[in-house]
Design a protein around this ligand. Structure first.
Ligand SMILES: Nc1ncnc2c1ncn2[C@@H]1O[C@H](COP(=O)(O)OP(=O)(O)OP(=O)(O)O)[C@@H](O)[C@H]1O
Ligand SMILES: [Mg+2]
Length: 250
């Protein structure tokens, strides 16, 4: 099992949209099942965006914290997003999410590590000191930092990249859009590998807010191809790290 944490350093660059996109394309690309966990200390949006119920959620999962986390227990607390992706949603309110997540995150990360057959994409929201998702970030197999290539995001990105690298958290960058500041320059300045660039496209956002029907027409869309390519690269990095190979991009 791998934990892929997705987060940002500033503004709202598209973390949740990318997390949903990775989750929806994970199984068809890697052949492994995926679960999406919403662990954003500012509160969840998935239930509202995808017309899901407020429960089950992280709250109900925290109720079983004294028992071992099994795939069955995890899935029992998930809802199907876009009819296909099991998602553990967070309460819409940041305070409630923080109260539930802060004491749960360490145990959740450790227990997820014991689940063999499934990979987990975790939307950790904005990285801040005292994030309730801190333990999930520390124990993740890959942290994907999402940024818009704007000059005002560069300084916080460089700062955060230094911090996570100092904590030995394997981290890579995804840019949303390719202007005005070249994504390669964002990567160079932050010394992060650039995993890829998501097109800055209202249609992308619209599709990821309503689900990606897995039909051929959508598979041909650039967005779908970009997501699939990102999943390939992430999966390759995870496999390379697990087998001790150099994580050269395929
Ligand atoms: N690739 C994209 N192209 C254009 N718009 C996008 C893209 N991805 C996300 N957006 C839009 O940007 C806004 C923020 O998206 P999203 O909620 O995914 O960001 P976030 O980083 O999770 O934000 P927050 O920090 O508030 O959780 C939304 O209006 C969304 O529709
Ligand atoms: Mg978000």
């Amino acid at each position: 099992m791998s934990i892929i944490a997705v987060g940002s350093v500033k503004a709202s660059p598209g973390v949740t949209s990318l997390s949903v996109g990775l989750g929806l394309t994970w199984e068809s690309t890697t052949g492994r099942r995926a679960v999406l966990i919403e662990a954003d200390g500012d509160g969840g949006v998935l239930a509202a965006r995808f017309g899901l119920a407020s429960s089950p959620s992280l709250v109900e999962l925290s109720g079983i914290a004294r028992h071992e986390l099994t795939i069955i227990r995890l899935q029992k607390n998930c809802q199907l997003l876009a009819g296909q992706l099991p998602a553990l949603v967070a309460p819409g309110c940041g305070e409630s999410t923080t109260l539930v997540l802060a004491p749960l995150a360490g145990r959740l990360a450790a227990d997820l590590g014991g689940l063999d057959d499934i990979d987990v994409v975790v939307d950790v929201g904005r990285l801040r000191p005292h994030s309730p998702a801190a333990e999930l970030i520390k124990q993740c197999d890959l942290l994907v930092l999402v940024a818009r290539p704007h000059f005002d995001q560069l300084v916080p990105l460089v700062h955060q990249a230094r911090k996570v690298t100092a904590h030995d958290i394997p981290t890579a960058l995804v840019c949303v859009g390719d202007r005005p500041y070249p994504p390669t320059e964002m990567a160079k300045a932050s010394q992060l590998d650039l995993l890829g660039v998501m097109a800055h496209e209202p249609r992308v956002a619209q599709a990821l807010a309503g689900g990606l029907p897995a039909n051929q027409r959508h598979r041909r869309l650039l967005m779908w191809r970009t997501l699939t390519e990102l999943v390939h690269r992430i999966h390759y990095r995870l496999q390379a790290a697990a087998t001790g190979l150099a994580a050269v991009q395929p």
